[in-house]
Design a protein around this ligand. Structure first.
Ligand code: ATP
Length: 316
């Protein structure tokens, strides 16, 4: 089957209050980790709920490996950790995961093997016989991860999977997600933790006011700013004035040391222009130690893309 793991076409949900999301078109390939980003109220959870079949689109369509989202066939392919999880307080952690195993159609033998293994893997093995009532929020989120993974799904939808966890828990979840990706799982991740998204995801989409503002490969997004950093020797400030006058390129001194070494930052259109700048510098007697395009942080990209734009999180 060469269908995309996830495919949506103009996916739209309009709640009676007029909010929701509009015209969301994305594709996610099998084995990819896709970061679905946006400020509070952007429409991320609404889209995920349509993909997992909890709510239905007003317009547009979504499919998982070619199966229409919401159908039994599509649901069989997925594991889902919702943003607002709540498990039966009167059951033990072990019983909750077994219940999910049963609902997913796992046999007793398979559940006997898989459930304890998973509870251990998400870090609540020692507390698995305790009732959920006594679990902290972080432990309940770990339990939710075990439930999402119990049927060994091909696609994982994770809505803020470590939002309730302490830094140790977050790092454990990060490691778990990397392992799952290594096993070929497709991961659809809603998260406000940009560092985690940057480390895990192949591609991202940025949603605002229910619409996709931008999407693309993380690498491309991080290299969007046309900024280059050059470390050179044999530098003196008049060189900068000469460069500006000669080329019209916006270039500035970022660091300069008494030994004549310096770091310059230049806004360049492309690699060709970088090559030209290198040769000019060398022609002026400078030594070029290093030159590289500046990689933005995903968080910086997120903030820059949304700056000056209104978003629903600003309103009550
Ligand atoms: N059941 C609902 N009925 C009416 N409006 C809703 C409903 N669920 C969400 N909304 C509204 O739809 C918009 C999108 O909400 P959604 O929960 O999808 O955003 P989100 O991007 O997941 O936000 P967050 O990052 O805060 O979780 C918001 O304006 C929200 O208030």
């Amino acid at each position: 089957m060469n269908a995309f793991a996830i495919q949506t076409e103009s996916l739209t949900k309009r709640y009676p209050n007029g909010r929701g999301c509009s015209d969301v078109t994305i594709t996610v390939r099998e084995g990819e980790a896709f970061g679905f980003l946006g400020p509070n109220g952007a429409g991320k959870s609404t889209c995920v709920k349509m993909l997992v079949g909890l709510i239905f689109p007003t317009e547009g369509r979504a499919s998982l490996f070619g199966q229409e989202a919401g159908t039994v066939e599509a649901r069989r392919l997925i594991g889902y950790l919702p943003e607002l999880y709540r498990y039966q307080e009167w059951l033990t952690g072990d019983e909750v995961v077994r219940l999910h195993a049963k609902l997913a159609g796992l046999g007793r033998e398979e559940a006997n093997r898989r459930v304890p293994e998973l509870l251990e893997r998400v870090g609540i093995g020692l507390r698995s016989r305790d009732r959920v009532k006594g679990y902290s929020k972080g432990m309940q989120q770990r339990l939710g991860l075990a439930c999402a993974l119990v049927a060994d799904p091909r696609i994982l939808f994770l809505d803020e999977p470590s939002s309730a966890m302490d830094p140790i828990g977050r790092s454990e979840v990060r490691q778990l997600l990397h392992e799952l990706k290594g096993q070929g799982k497709t991961i659809f991740l809603n998260s406000h933790l940009m560092e985690d998204v940057e480390a895990l995801c192949d591609r991202v989409a940025l949603l605002n006011n229910g619409r996709i503002l931008q999407q693309g490969r993380v690498e491309d997004v991080l290299l969007q700013r046309p900024l280059w950093r050059l470390r050179i020797g044999g530098y003196a400030p008049p060189l900068l004035d000469w460069l500006r006058a000669e080329t019209g390129i916006a270039v500035r001194e970022s660091e300069a040391a008494a030994d004549g070494s310096a770091v310059l930052e230049a806004e360049l259109a492309d690699e060709e222009q970088a090559g030209w700048l290198h040769s000019l510098l060398i022609g002026q007697g400078a030594t070029l130690y290093e030159s590289a395009r500046v990689r933005t942080k995903l968080e910086e990209w997120f903030v820059t893309e949304l700056s000056g734009k209104s978003h629903r999180g600003e309103k009550a």
